[in-house]
Design a protein around this ligand. Structure first.
Ligand SMILES: Nc1ncnc2c1ncn2[C@@H]1O[C@H](COP(=O)(O)OP(=O)(O)O)[C@@H](O)[C@H]1O
Ligand SMILES: [Mg+2]
Length: 317
């Protein structure tokens, strides 16, 4: 497995403040890592260190084998960065912005224009290319910003909260672009506050809070970590609620009654539990109007992991 990004015990301390405090990350080439965390978690600080914009105060990070601290020039040649806030000039056109960057990257004039037109096309900005950027919508700005970061044809792309504040349609458009980039072999580090975005794009997810990693794995693994599913059984007659609990107890499953909702709920950890529960209910002969299971939503997983708010999953138990 070749690593596009490797981070070991990376630190950024500002005086006593530990913005990033010993983070480990591994991003194989051609994959997307979702770096997930609430505001202030340390995501941008991590990205800025990986982009050689600020020096780490401890630990080590490499991009395609090049050390960000000792080989910044090589690292810069490999990376593209799209920041949380657009880095383009609002007072010139989108086309001119891209051309300027292409020239800054030393592309000869003809190649520069060709690259600009190619990117405008790819990001659906051909028609808007001649307009001043200040007239762009939020989604157009983000697309232009991403296009700008791709001019140098980077192998490794950092996207820092690329869809925060975008409407769902623009967000989906940006997701498609990211998927295309990955299909072409790019390695992507994406920061986000949205578990849903991580699940849509990321091969693996690292959850940060207060400068440290608090969980990592695939989105599915994170869901499983927070808790399995909840089974709900609703008897036709509320008077049967206790009988449902008794029937479940017969197969060693502990249900509790939710009188208000008129149902019995219980945590289940796998398909064996589910089969046992359904069989027990069926053998009891009780009339049941609904049996269903629910998986915690990704936002519930996030809230539970970061503890910013007690997750609905916990509250149900
Ligand atoms: N230049 C700085 N000086 C002091 N503290 C900083 C500086 N930059 C960031 N921080 C602090 O580091 C923490 C992490 O910030 P940041 O990386 O921007 O978080 P995120 O991107 O996850 O919202 C925050 O508490 C922030 O206030
Ligand atoms: Mg940030």
């Amino acid at each position: 497995m070749t690593l596009g990004i490797e981070v070991e015990r990376l630190e950024k301390h500002y005086g006593d403040h530990r913005a990033v405090d010993g983070v480990d990350l591994q991003v194989p080439v051609g994959t997307v890592l979702g770096l997930l965390g609430p505001n202030g978690a340390g995501k941008t600080t991590t990205v800025r260190m990986l982009a050689t914009l600020i020096p780490p105060t401890g630990g080590r990070a490499t991009v395609c084998g090049y050390d960000v601290a000792t080989q910044p020039r090589q690292v810069r040649e490999l990376i593209g960065l799209t920041g949380q806030y657009a880095a383009v000039d609002k007072d010139i056109s989108g086309r001119d912005n891209l051309y300027l960057i292409a020239r800054l990257l030393d592309l000869p004039k003809k190649r520069a224009w060709a690259r600009v037109e190619e990117l405008l096309e790819r990001f659906d900005l051909v028609a808007a290319g001649g307009k001043l950027v200040r007239e762009y919508s939020g989604g157009m700005r983000r697309r232009l910003d991403l296009a700008a970061s791709l001019i140098g044809d980077p192998k490794v792309i950092y996207l820092d909260e690329p869809t925060t504040g975008l409407d769902p349609r623009s967000r989906n458009g940006l997701w498609d672009v990211v998927r295309d980039l990955v299909a072409e072999g790019s390695t992507v580090l994406l920061t986000t506050q949205y578990m849903e975005e991580a699940e849509a794009l990321a091969d693996s997810v690292v959850v940060m809070d207060n400068g440290v990693v608090i969980a990592s794995g695939t989105p599915a693994e994170l869901r499983a970590r927070v808790g399995g599913q909840t089974l709900r059984v609703k008897p036709v007659h509320p008077r049967d609620l206790v009988a449902v609990v008794d029937a479940l107890a017969g197969v060693r499953l502990a249900g509790h009654v939710d009188h208000e909702a008129g149902l019995v709920q219980l945590p289940i950890s796998g398909s064996a539990d589910l089969t046992d529960a359904v069989r027990a209910i069926s053998e009891s002969g009780l009339a049941v109007s609904a049996i269903d299971t629910s998986t915690p939503s990704l936002d519930e997983v996030f809230l539970t992991l970061t503890g910013k708010q007690r997750g609905a999953v916990e509250l149900q138990r």
